[in-house]
Design a protein around this ligand. Sequence first.
Ligand code: AMP
Length: 143
Amino acid sequence: MGTYQKVLVAIDLTEEAPQVLNKAMEISKAHGAQLLLVHVVEPVGYAYGGDIPMDLTELQDQLDKAAHEQLTAYGDQYGVSKEHQVVSVGRPESEIHRLAKEHQVDLVIVGSHGRKGFQLLLGSTANGVLHGTECDVLAVRIH
Ligand code: AMP
């Protein structure tokens, strides 16, 4: 196995994020790789399907701002510099695919809940990331 040079870690900003981040730090340190910290903000319109005639711009701005603040806090805590923190808007899977390509990373790290049975049918971000990413993907089991 060669060494990884550029690692992308995607975090969802829930209380599970540190589990994924800790593993990503460990691996990027061991490989001497550069770590790119990514969070994707989902457009609020997705959740409401556009059938509520409401201006969601302000809500979206607030979510974007909160996401930037939280990512900055993690960046400070884990020693990831500002230029290696990315907040992007869209669907997590497709944004992660796009960013992995754009930044030419050789490893993508995501969290995985180890779904079973019916839940498997619903799919997961980890699944979506695996199918469509050209580089290696590591799914960190969340406990
Ligand atoms: P899920 O399958 O949606 O529960 O998410 C599992 C993992 O996917 C998380 O631990 C993150 O690594 C990644 N992920 C989910 N949502 C996002 C998001 N909005 N931005 C970045 N990564 C995400």
